[in-house]
Design a protein around this ligand. Structure first.
Ligand code: TYM
Length: 330
């Protein structure tokens, strides 16, 4: 029996190279050895305000991206979270065993509620990690390939799974995160102290998977570097260049030490120009496929439909069992 993998991306914008390196690139490889569920987590997206028309477009853009990077709907279950209502149902059940303090500690909630203050932040934003736990536990996933920023949410998932099992008997597997050694946290090209993010106000710090060749080159050539010269991988002391080397490594498949060797006697200009070449080379076919699927929405929707038909019975069976364990129903 293959183990199960679950992961997802929020359709809050077109994905960026951080999503790709931290998560999607891992997902593709895992399809060989695992039973994979890859979800477009639109119920998560609405924890911050969304324009409905734009949300639907972004949902299609994420689905198109999954296919474009190499998620094969014959091997993996590719589906839309809001199609399977059991996700929100299980989230409610898990909320009844979650403590307020556990959610208040979540750094993503603290960051995202900073603007409005926690009293005005939405309850959905607050409860968001419980919905993520539900996503994972609903399919008995044991492995969750994500970027480093999701670690705290996976810790909470593990805690809730154990707590539920203790209270109601063995029900859930306790999942483990899968994190890349290099690139688990791709930083902004404009500020190496900040994570590259879909919502970053300065779009010049984020490389989107649909950026044109021209934009990619411009953003990379204008990326900030460190105060000391030299192309070497040292995230502590040279965070900006180390971030770029991490991107180089994942886009080219070349080992870090070999990249350092190749550029040992070269300057930032040469390095960035070569980085732009490898990024463009890697992303061009992906961008073309994304655009293909966005122009063929019917094909895209059929694939999501097939995914729904595979995910739904699994989710339905699990939720029945969970409710039974809790004494719900007649
Ligand atoms: P989201 O949509 O913010 O990001 C999708 C994936 O991309 C990773 N990621 C990064 N990795 C490296 N460097 C970065 N700068 C970077 N930015 C984002 C994220 O870690 C994530 O793996 N809560 C999740 C979505 C989710 C989910 C789930 C994930 C909902 N339910 C169940 C796994 C399992 C999120 O907001 O991801």
């Amino acid at each position: 029996m293959k183990e199960t993998v679950f992961s997802g991306v929020k359709p809050t914008s077109v994905p960026h190279i951080g999503n790709y390196i931290g998560a999607l690139q891992q997902w593709v490889k895992l399809q060989q050895d695992y039973n994979c569920y890859y979800c477009i987590v639109d119920d998560h997206a609405i924890t911050v305000p969304q324009n409905p028309k734009q949300l639907r477009e972004q949902t299609h853009a994420i689905a198109a991206t999954y296919l474009a990077v190499g998620i094969d709907p014959k091997k993996s279950v590719l589906f839309l979270q809001s199609d399977v209502a059991q996700h929100t149902e299980l989230a409610w059940l898990l909320m009844t065993i979650t403590k307020m303090g556990e959610l208040s500690r979540m750094t993503q909630f603290k960051d995202k509620s900073q603007k409005t203050g926690s009293q005005s932040a939405g309850v959905g934003l607050y409860a968001y990690p419980v919905l993520m736990a539900a996503d994972i536990l609903l399919y008995d996933a044991t492995k969750v390939p994500v970027g480093e920023d999701q670690m705290q949410h996976i810790e909470l998932t593990r805690l809730l799974a154990r707590r539920f099992n203790e209270r109601f008997g063995q029900t859930f597997d306790v999942p483990q995160p899968m994190i890349q050694k290099v690139g688990a946290r791709i930083m902004s090209l404009k500020d190496p102290k900040k994570k590259m993010s879909k919502s970053d106000e300065s779009k010049s710090g984020t490389l989107f998977l649909t950026d044109s060749d021209d934009d990619i080159r411009k953003k990379i050539m204008r990326a900030v570097t460190d105060s000391t010269a030299g192309i070497s991988y040292d995230p502590e002391n040279k965070p900006a260049v180390s971030n770029l080397i991490g991107i180089y490594h994942h886009m080219s498949g070349i080992e870090i030490a070999d990249i350092e060797k190749e550029f040992s006697d070269k300057g930032y200009g040469d390095f960035k120009s070569s980085l732009a070449d490898v990024v463009i080379h890697h992303l061009t076919p992906i961008r073309e496929k994304i655009l293909y699927y966005l122009n063929n929405k019917q094909e895209l929707n059929e694939i999501l439909d097939q995914g729904f038909h595979k995910a739904y019975p699994v989710a339905e069976k699990k939720i029945r069992f969970v409710k039974d364990q809790m004494g719900l129903g007649r």
